[in-house]
Design a protein around this ligand. Structure first.
Ligand code: G3I
Length: 359
C-alpha cells in the first residue's frame, strides 16, 4: 500500500472509531522503535549480524528492539558452511536462526553463488566439477534451512564493475573481475541453474540476485545487471527480486531519481517482483562532524522515503548493528561511522531521521 492509500485507510478507520466509540489506535508518532514503525508500514527493518556478539547485552538489546530481520554478515557464506568438501558446519548459522526464532524476527540468507569467501578446497576443483558442487551446496543449505528463510541471496556480485560482462575464470585472478563460477563473460549457466535449484530446495523463499553499485539506472553496471535479469525472467528463471546493497559514502549524494527509475523498471518485469535494500551503510571520512552525520542521516532517510513509496521494496537492511563492529574501518582506511548506532550503541542522527521518516 502506498502512503496515500495508507493515509486514506487511517482516516477512514479513525472516522469509524469516532462514531462507534472504539478506543483510538496509537498514532504512528507514538511508535518509538524502527522495528515497530517498520511493522506498521509492512517493511522489514534488518541488520547483518555476527552471532558471536549475541551475548553482548547492548548488542542483543539494540538488535531485538530496533530490528525485525537478521542476515548473517559472514556465517552463511560457503567458507563457513562447507569448510571441507562434503562437510557442512551449520552451527553458527543455526544460532542466528535460534536468535531470530526467540525474538520473532525474519531471516535472510546470504550468500550462495559468490566469488568471495570461498573455502580453499573449491578453488582447486576443475571447472567441470563446479556445477555439481555448487548445486549440492545450494540443495544441502536450503534444505537445512527450509521453511525458516524469508529470502536468499542466491547469486551475489556476478557483474564486473565496468558492466562489460560476468566475472569469470578467464580474468586475471588478482582482479575483482575473477570468479570461479563462470567460464566466460557471457557464461550464465551456473547462475540460472542456481536459481532453479534454490526454488526446488525451498519453494517458499524469495530468491534474490544481489549486487553493489547496481541501484542507479544509467550506471553501466546497473544497466547490465538489469538487462541480464530481464532476459532471465523472460526465459522463466525463478528470480523473485533484486538486492541493492547500497554501500554508500556520505560525501556523495545519491541520485535518488535514478534509483526510483531503476526500481520502476525492475518492478515492471513481472508481478510481485521485489526490491530489497540489502546492505545499507553510509561511510564517513573521519572525523565524523555534526554536518557529516546530518548528511548521512539525510541519505538514510531518503532511502526510506523511497522504500515507503514502493510496496515492492519490502526490506531495508543496515550492514551491521553498531559502528563498533562495522566492516568499514577495516576495508576503507580513514572511513567509519557508517551505521545508525554508534560505538556505544547510542542512536545517531541517521536513526532518528529514519524514525521520523517512518512516523
Ligand atoms: O574469520 C576470520 C578469523 O578466523 C580471522 O582470525 C580474522 C583475521 O582477519 O579474519 C576473519 O575473517 C574475516 C571475516 O570477515 C569474518 O570476520 C575476514 O578477514 C574479513 O575479510 C571478512 O570481511 C567480510 C567481507 O564481507 C569479506 O568479503 C566482512 O565482515 C563482511 O561485512 C563483508 O560483507 C560483504 C557482503 O558479504 C557482500 N557485499 C559486500 C559486503 C562488504 O564487503
Amino acid at each position: 500500500m502506498n502512503r496515500k492509500s495508507l493515509h486514506t485507510l487511517l482516516l477512514a478507520t479513525l472516522v469509524i472509531m469516532l462514531f462507534t466509540g472504539c478506543p483510538k489506535p496509537a498514532l504512528v508518532d507514538d511508535i518509538a522503535t524502527l522495528r515497530d514503525a517498520g511493522d506498521y508500514h509492512g517493511k522489514w527493518i534488518g541488520a547483518a549480524v555476527d552471532p558471536s556478539k549475541f551475548a553482548e547485552s547492548a548488542y542483543d538489546t539494540t538488535l531485538k528492539t530496533e530490528f525485525s530481520m537478521v542476515v548473517a554478515e559472514n556465517v552463511m557464506k560457503m567458507d563457513t558452511l562447507q569448510p571441507n568438501k562434503d562437510s557442512f558446519n551449520f552451527t553458527p548459522g543455526d544460532s542466528i536462526v535460534a536468535y531470530a526464532t526467540a525474538n520473532t524476527m525474519a531471516l535472510r540468507g546470504h550468500a550462495l553463488l559468490w566469488h568471495s569467501q570461498l573455502p580453499t578446497w573449491i578453488k582447486s576443483e576443475p571447472y567441470a566439477n563446479l556445477p555439481d558442487l555448487l548445486l549440492t551446496h545450494i540443495d544441502t543449505v536450503l534444505t537445512h534451512y527450509k521453511g525458516k528463510m524469508h529470502s536468499w541471496d542466491v547469486v551475489n556480485e556476478v557483474v564486473m564493475d565496468d558492466g562489460s560482462g560476468l566475472r569469470n575464470n578467464n580474468e586475471d585472478i588478482a582482479t575483482s573481475n575473477y570468479s570461479i563460477w563462470a567460464d566466460s563473460a557471457t557464461d550464465d549457466s551456473l547462475i540460472t541453474e542456481a536459481f532453479y535449484k534454490a526454488r526446488t530446495a525451498d519453494p517458499d523463499a524469495i530468491l534474490i540476485i544481489n549486487d553493489y553499485s547496481n541501484e542507479t539506472m544509467g550506471n553501466a553496471k546497473a544497466d547490465k545487471l538489469y538487462s541480464l535479469v530481464a532476459g532471465w525472467i523472460n526465459d522463466g528463471v525463478p528470480i523473485d527480486g533484486v538486492g541493492f546493497q547500497l554501500h554508500l559514502m556520505e560525501k556523495y549524494t545519491p541520485d535518488y531519481a535514478a534509483i526510483r527509475a531503476n526500481i520502476n523498471r525492475y518492478i515492471a518485469l513481472k508481478p510481485g517482483f521485489e526490491v530489497h535494500f540489502t546492505e545499507i551503510d553510509v561511510r564517513i571520512e573521519e572525523p565524523a562532524t555534526e554536518a557529516k552525520l546530518a548528511n548521512q542521516a539525510a541519505i538514510y532517510s531518503h532511502l526510506m522515503d523511497i522504500a515507503l513509496d514502493y510496496p515492492e521494496v519490502t526490506v531495508y537492511i543496515t550492514w551491521g548493528v553498531t559502528d563498533k563492529y562495522s566492516w568499514i574501518p577495516g576495508f576503507f582506511t580513514g572511513y567509519g561511522s557508517a551505521l545508525i548506532f554508534d560505538d556505544l550503541y547510542e542512536p545517531k542522527p541517521a536513526h532518528d531521521a529514519l524514525l521520523d521518516m517512518l512516523q
